[in-house]
Design a protein around this ligand. Sequence first.
Ligand code: SAM
Ligand code: SF4
Length: 336
Amino acid sequence: MPRPHSDQRPLVDRFGRIHTDLRLSLTDRCNLRCTYCMPAEGLAWLPREEVLTDDEIVRLVAIATERLGITEVRLTGGEPLVRRGLPALVARLADLPLAPELSLTTNGIGLARCATALREAGLGRVNVSLDTLRPEHFAALTRRDRLPDVLAGLHAARAAGLTPVKVNAVPVRGVNDDEIADLAAFAVEHGYRMRFIESMPLDAQGAWERDRMVTAEEILDRLGARFALVPVGREDNAPAEEWRIAGTDAVVGVIASVTRPFCGGCDRVRLTADGQLRNCLFATEESDLRALLRGGADDTELEAAWRTCLAGKAPGHAIGSAGFRRPDRPMSAIGG
Ligand code: SAM
Ligand code: SF4
């Protein structure tokens, strides 16, 4: 069993929160245009030379696991499956001396083709985003006609053993909010774990409005109208509060980032595709690890930058308070 670096110390902030979970964005590009995420025309993508290379990513994850106590790495984006050579990168991360648990958040397009290769490379689990089961709603929400690809990707993930497969849905008022119970029934039928996410003010267009957001309470009302729900609580530091659907083994989760924030138990740190370390989705400052990497910093300097970034973490996101300021980057450029 490989041993951690002799100086491994947890990545702890001034409120005593220990950070073990790294959200690693592999690209800001995407093949969908979800209305709650980005505009129809897309965004000005990062120039390729600004995106971390596989070697740079592997080095940073090695530092994170060996020196900082990171034990889980979730690959995200943008759409992580559009990054070339993803199975090879997964294999390199899975081969690290202190390999983290590896998972992926994806819109599912192209997953049918690569689910087995990703599993064989060392990926453990996937979350697939699926907001609707109706093609016309899918086209309205994502501005693309790709529902069959997503469904195929979802089923391929389960067949490849990337389990438990979680399905993430963002309910949008007047579009798919009448499908909440249908999505849960779909997940029960196929053995997926359904999770509903409150929309957050992280869309690139700045169109989010609190009054239009579908709240956790409404989501639970919709579910409660169809199913008897038995509370099961929250897994350690997990953002989703969970309920079991009575009479089944199925568990459904609600991530109420806005109305029931879970910042007090947050154990996450985020690295953008261009190598900026963020201590929160809503952080307004970043630490430029790419400049350090490319400027010849050694591992000890990179470790120190990581700790300094976490030391500045705020107690919570403060959405709804007078001082709240949206971050400059949208969700797709941070890594959701
Ligand atoms: N493209 C991949 C996907 O859609 O799963 C990974 C990146 S996406 C930014 C990660 C998750 O963030 C998705 O589940 C998506 O639904 C969610 N998301 C995007 N914009 C959001 C917003 N404004 N509020 C809440 N969740 C959002
Ligand atoms: Fe792309 Fe994911 Fe954003 Fe949808 S939510 S536009 S799939 S990055």
